[in-house]
Design a protein around this ligand. Structure first.
Ligand code: 13P
Length: 390
């Protein structure tokens, strides 16, 4: 019960703090011996363990939680229709890749996949468990326009989230993901940042209450022609609000994972930044904003090429960090796989091999030992799309 103890200890400390009692300010209900309500989830120990398993050395997350609409776009890129059968075939290819568990610690699924099985009738969650990969679930309900903002958006999904999360846990999920976005060219407005941070914090508290480790993902979109300094400024603002509200919602920091964007110049900025510069800015931002109690930073790829995303991650792991610094990529793990597969059964093995190549490259980058030597041209192609939705 390590974490429950940690929580109750802090509660006790507030209650018994003699310094607080002497001051007698109105906020100090502690003078009457009432402790502040710091909640210890019954899942605390399990949350900490799950987060540590996902943030384990040399491993990261495979994100395949594209909504049906987005998955349809991926399938269309290789000439396939967006049918349940085709989505199942593609997800089966990914989730049954032999040896995947050596490099992948967690897989984020879309709801359909969480309840789906292979064509032989084996549940996808069991395929994952066999490889010591923790099943995760996308729980947000997507973005809609935010009235009163600069054409920005907010993320839906809090209604009924507790009930859904309890069901996902029963089905085998042990972590969750909620992606909201912040747009630099649109401001971002104070309203959009506050809404993003508050939504993430409420989601995180609800997830922990139901045994799911929340991945906290305020994606700062690559869109724009701003310099890297501007991204740093916005990222610091966003993460300071996120942690403010996470703390206000009594979220257990040891039982969360973060999914930040890397701090880069806007996609249309005239100068590109090197992996070393991106690592320097990104780590500066994280060191200023993220407490060391957080076990893992699992970056999104955000439209970078497969090789770029891996090189940047590698640069961030050249010196020790207070947290596990790793990946939670969708596009930067799947692009070569899709191109190799082309929807043909005879290409499944080759496509699985190309997934392993990418997963291993990122595993090496997590350890700071990756070199881009021998990488093919396809893996160097950027995948940035303006206003990308998930
Ligand atoms: P990308 O790595 O494609 O940016 O994925 C973002 C995401 O949120 C996946 O879960």
């Amino acid at each position: 019960m390590a974490c429950a103890k940690l929580n109750s200890l802090s509660s006790q400390w507030i209650a018994n703090n003699p310094f607080s009692s002497r001051r007698g300010s109105s906020s100090l209900s502690t003078t009457r011996g009432v402790s502040l309500p710091i909640r210890a989830s019954s899942y605390s120990d399990e949350l900490v363990l799950t987060a540590k398993t996902v943030a384990s050395r040399g491993r990261g997350i495979l994100a395949l939680d594209e909504s049906n609409a987005t998955c349809g776009k991926r399938l269309a890129s290789i000439g396939l229709d967006n049918t349940e059968v085709n989505r199942q075939a593609y997800r089966q290819l990914l989730l049954t890749t032999p040896g995947l568990g050596e490099y992948i610690s967690g897989a984020i699924l879309f709801e359909e996949t969480l309840y789906q099985s292979t064509t032989d009738g084996k549940k996808f969650v069991d395929c994952l468990r066999e490889q010591n990969i923790v099943p995760g679930i996308k729980v947000d309900k997507g973005l809609v326009p935010l009235p009163g903002s600069n054409n920005e958006s907010w993320c839906q999904g809090l209604d009924g989230l507790a009930t859904r999360s309890a069901e996902y846990y029963k089905q085998g999920a042990r972590f969750a993901k909620w992606r909201t976005v912040v747009s630099i060219p649109s401001g971002p407005s104070a309203l959009a940042v506050k809404e993003a941070a508050w939504g993430l914090a409420r989601y995180a508290a609800i997830s922990q209450d139901n045994g799911l480790v929340p991945i906290v993902e305020p994606e700062i979109l690559l869109d724009g022609d701003h310099p890297i300094e501007r991204t740093l400024e916005v990222a610091e603002k966003v993460w300071s609000e996120v942690f403010f509200y996470l703390a206000q919602n009594n979220v257990l920091f040891e039982g969360i994972l973060l999914k930040p964007s890397m701090v880069t110049p806007g996609a249309d900025h005239k100068e590109k930044a090197s992996p070393e510069t991106i690592a320097k800015y990104t780590l500066t931002m994280l060191n200023r904003r993220v407490p060391p109690a957080v076990p893992g930073i699992m970056f999104l790829s955000g439209g970078q090429s497969e090789v770029e995303a891996t090189l940047n991650l590698n640069a961030m792991n050249q010196t020790p960090n207070p947290w596990h610094v790793s990946f939670s990529y969708a596009r930067a793990l799947q692009n070569s796989v899709l191109k190799t597969w082309q929807g043909r059964p005879e290409n499944v093995e080759a496509a699985q091999k190309s997934l392993l190549v990418r997963a291993k490259a990122n595993s090496l980058a997590q350890l700071g030992r990756y070199s881009a030597e021998g990488e093919n041209e396809e893996a160097k192609k950027g995948m940035f799309v303006k206003g990308y939705t998930y």
